[in-house]
Design a protein around this ligand. Sequence first.
Ligand code: SAM
Ligand code: SF4
Length: 318
Amino acid sequence: MIDNHGRKIHYARISITDRCNLRCKYCMPEEGVTKKECGEILRVEEFVSIAKVLIELGIDKIRLTGGEPLVRKGLLDLTEQIGRLPGLKDFSLTTNGILLPLYAQRLKETGIRRINISMDTLDSEKYREITRGGVLGQVFMGLETALDLGFDQVKLNTVLIKGFNENEIRDFVMMTMDRPIDVRFIELMPFEGQQEFALGKYISGLEVLKCCPELVSEKSDDPSAPAKYYRIPGAKGRVGLIEPMSHLFCDQCNRIRITADGSALPCLHSRREFDLKPVLSDSSALQAAIVEAISAKPMTHRLCEGEFMERDMGKIGG
Ligand code: SAM
Ligand code: SF4
């Protein structure tokens, strides 16, 4: 579908749970999400109905996210049902990696082709601190399992945090030398619930290029991808910069987001939401509601340091 600003919208990010087995300080409050009433979070078959309608509207790329998608009950049933929908060309998932050793094989068998794993530090103690209790060794096992299984693409997502991991930028970049992975640095985005943590911790993606001047810019294989890619000459993997704060990529935006509680969000940074729950059992009304959400996509967002977004990433689905 083409939106009101001439952009082809063909990518949906679906958050399948708002729960998580970690509590990253920039994403979730220490106590986790407020528990939703039974029935507020969509059921597996409801996500499948939405996926079908999205595909009818021209979406050919779906990424499952959360919260942490691997803690979602019925995950494999969901990936199996969505994975076999005709018309879906690209099916992927973003995870913190903790449960990947357990699920990676079945995820691949049920159609997941590409995996993004989040890791903000290579130091176990710092990982425990930023995630409020996570065990880094489990994420590394998840990463190695994903690489061994031969997914089409494995990416690492690293949020840049001042005073926390800027001294590790080079170590992350060096991971691309002998591994066929993309390491992507993401600029920290400010969410209302985490403002105390986020204030003053923003670093621009430019810092990565300053730390590693030998990085060479690469032509993108997907011009609508938010990351700009670079490579150390001879490296097996690439380095990506995702800069929602310093460089807008809205003119290339191709996506729509579905939250775990059944809202369509036209833009990560807009406060507008379209509740799909009342129309889930009527596919033409569901289609109309999604079309309305896509039509409401703004031309651009503007985020400044010191401004905060209302729904945090764990609730939106990053
Ligand atoms: N739990 C999964 C994970 O951590 O990969 C998927 C959901 S998480 C919300 C998706 C991505 O959003 C992660 O890579 C995470 O680092 C990123 N994220 C969360 N809060 C963020 C923030 N305030 N600024 C930038 N990225 C953020
Ligand atoms: Fe959980 Fe992912 Fe948010 Fe960390 S970033 S708290 S792993 S949802």
